[in-house]
Design a protein around this ligand. Structure first.
Ligand code: DNO
Length: 351
């Protein structure tokens, strides 16, 4: 396992030297943020980013994300050109030594929360999701934007996009995903890159838009569409764990056992009802997910991919990107490293 940390580049208030000081931190997960979605990333930008990260003593082997243009998800007339651009990005990243590319296939919105600063009893602030709040919102009126979204739209663009999705049901989205995978996976394979789809977060439809990477059955369908290790998963516990029906350790044993999990986003959430949750700290006792069982399942299936501590709360007065401050994510990394070491040693393995 390699422990990594997400970094948003020079505009991130968290610096590379801070990241390097987190015990056991080996690499950074990042992306090129200033090239519009659908275009090819210039080689110089990729090299410059890699150099900067390497100079800080960290590896750059995971990209999160190479975003998928909406017209690919919609199956628009320019989808073939956009897919070819995507393939070119995969080739270029492979040349630069990138091993895993994380992406998602969620229409319009990436991860979604209804509160960004939900105050917990200890005075820390967490992200949270209450479906009833979401149902009362009209995306064309309220402001919705989260760090990590690859694109934010003007209200007019959003209106237009949402109307185009009126014709895209789940089956159509599956078929557009299949067209994408058929082109991209062979390129990834020959570039030495593993593609790792991120599950839908939360794992249910929002604003009437289809969402398909939501549970074991659908993930299995996804993996069979191109049954090759280059077509794999980012196993995000907080996303899949928002649904109590998802048995995460069982899913890890099943898909990790097949060598299809390449990247893991590890965090806990506290489910407080149907489609309601708060992003608690990473510890098992603080949320609804058994982080010990999750890490144990990864160890047991011989997981040798990348892990990153996912979202943290805002603690100790830190101001920063929601979910992506330094302190609580660093605590998360340390906790996860502790679990990893204990479980490895329990199994008689070296760390
Ligand atoms: C949220 C992130 C997601 C993720 C994308 C992958 O915090 O995990 O934004 O990066 O869905 O494309």
């Amino acid at each position: 396992m390699q422990m990594t940390f997400r970094w948003y580049g020079e505009t991130d208030p968290v610096t590379l030297s801070h990241i390097k000081q987190i015990p056991g931190m080996q690499g950074v997960v990042s992306a090129i943020y200033d090239v519009p979605v659908g275009e090819v990333w210039p080689r110089e930008k990729i090299t410059e980013l890699k150099q900067k990260i390497n100079e800080a003593g960290l590896t750059f082997e995971v990209v999160e994300s190479v975003p998928v243009h909406e017209n690919i998800k919609l199956g628009g007339s320019d989808a073939p050109r956009l897919i070819e651009n995507y393939c070119e990005n995969v080739r270029r990243l492979g040349e630069a030594g990138v091993k895993v590319i994380c992406y998602n296939f969620m229409p319009v919105f990436d991860w979604l929360r209804t509160q960004l600063s939900y105050e917990l009893p200890d005075g820390s602030f967490a992200l949270s999701y209450f479906n009833e709040d979401l149902l009362q919102r009209n995306p064309l009126q309220s402001e919705l934007s989260l760090p990590g979204w690859d694109e934010s739209y003007t209200k007019d663009q959003l209106r237009d996009l949402l109307s185009q999705y009126a014709d895209v049901n789940e089956e159509k989205l599956w078929s557009n995903l299949q067209d994408f995978l058929h082109e991209v996976i062979p390129v990834a394979k020959s570039a030495g890159v593993k593609m790792a789809i991120h599950p839908d977060d939360p794992p249910w439809s929002v604003f009437g838009l289809p969402r398909i990477i939501t549970n074991a059955e659908n993930i299995d369908r996804f993996l069979r569409m191109v049954d090759d290790p280059a077509n794999g998963l980012t196993f995000c516990t907080g996303s899949l764990g928002a649904s109590a029906q998802n048995d995460l350790p069982a899913m890890i044993r099943r898909f990790g056992g097949e060598g299809r999990i390449h990247f893991a986003h590890l965090r806990n959430i506290l489910r407080i009802g149907e489609k309601q949750f708060i992003e608690s700290s990473h510890r098992t006792t603080d949320g609804s997910l058994d982080m010990y069982e999750i890490v144990k399942s990864l160890v047991d299936c011989g997981f040798d991919g990348y892990i990153r501590p996912d979202h943290g709360r805002m603690i100790w007065g830190e101001q920063g990107r929601f979910g992506y401050g330094l302190y609580d994510r660093a605590l998360g990394a340390t906790y996860l490293n502790g679990l990893w070491e204990a479980i490895q040693k329990e199994r008689g393995k070296t760390v």
